[in-house]
Design a protein around this ligand. Sequence first.
Ligand code: GA4
Length: 285
Amino acid sequence: MVVAHQPSKQQEKLRHIELPIIDLMAERSQVSKLIVKASENLGFFKVINHGVPQHVIKAMEDESYGFFSKPASQKQRAGPANPYGYGCKNIGFNGDYGEVEYLLLHTNPLSNSTISNDPTLFRCAVNGYVEAVRELACEILELMAEGLGVPDTSVLSNFLRDSHSDSLLRLNHYPPLQLLQLVNNRIGFGEHTDPQILTILRSNDALTNGRFLSVRHRAMVNSCRRRMSMAYFGAPAPNSRIACPPELHSPHEPNLYRPFTWDEYKKATYSRKLGDTRLHFFRLQ
Ligand code: GA4
């Protein structure tokens, strides 16, 4: 069944907006202002001159393509994604489904070593990639804090630097359309928002008292070629307390959310369907 959705207000707005491209090598205070603006208005942006070396990206892509090119029976050995490991079409635990296969890996420590014929090579590629992308994520979070005028500029990046950080790496592989059995089911990964603080380029709004958006997004299978995406989800440690810094609320702009732990928020996320929202459970008024 194909269900036509009314576009949400956020989708209507995005239709007319160009993707902001932010040069991280530009003047720092300018960069932080642009990041804050894009995070408030859209919840996503593209960064250039980001410092993640090409060879690190390539090594990760080569290893991922290598894995997804294997016969299904071999890939299944790294599954099921419960929640970490190889998953095919099933997303989460509540009946969500998409034309996607994926590897979901915990970055701390790396969750599965049966993924490659050469586990050491695979682990090196993942570790190199995660390290570089975590650095980028921390840099962006520090620029965000600066742009928000929060005196302790590492207040957000500390969540990701925590040795118990619950950050994940997701490798998604979308098959080419011509191989699909159900040609009219082109949704690769259904509409949702990510629960973590930042997915490379995006932040959830609870930490900023609703100033930054967590953009709803989905992935379509719409080309004749296969496609892959790699997402680093920067998350706090399970028992980290999530609360917006005092500088970001006042009697005029009262705190919107009660403090909660990442563990509480993650439970609320994983007990629901992909497209469900969960931040409202933590709202104060
Ligand atoms: C979306 C962001 C990440 O990919 C993810 C996803 C998770 C999963 O695939 O197991 C979830 C989804 C994501 C949000 C709602 C719940 C949990 C599937 C799902 C139905 C790994 C995450 O942390 O949340």
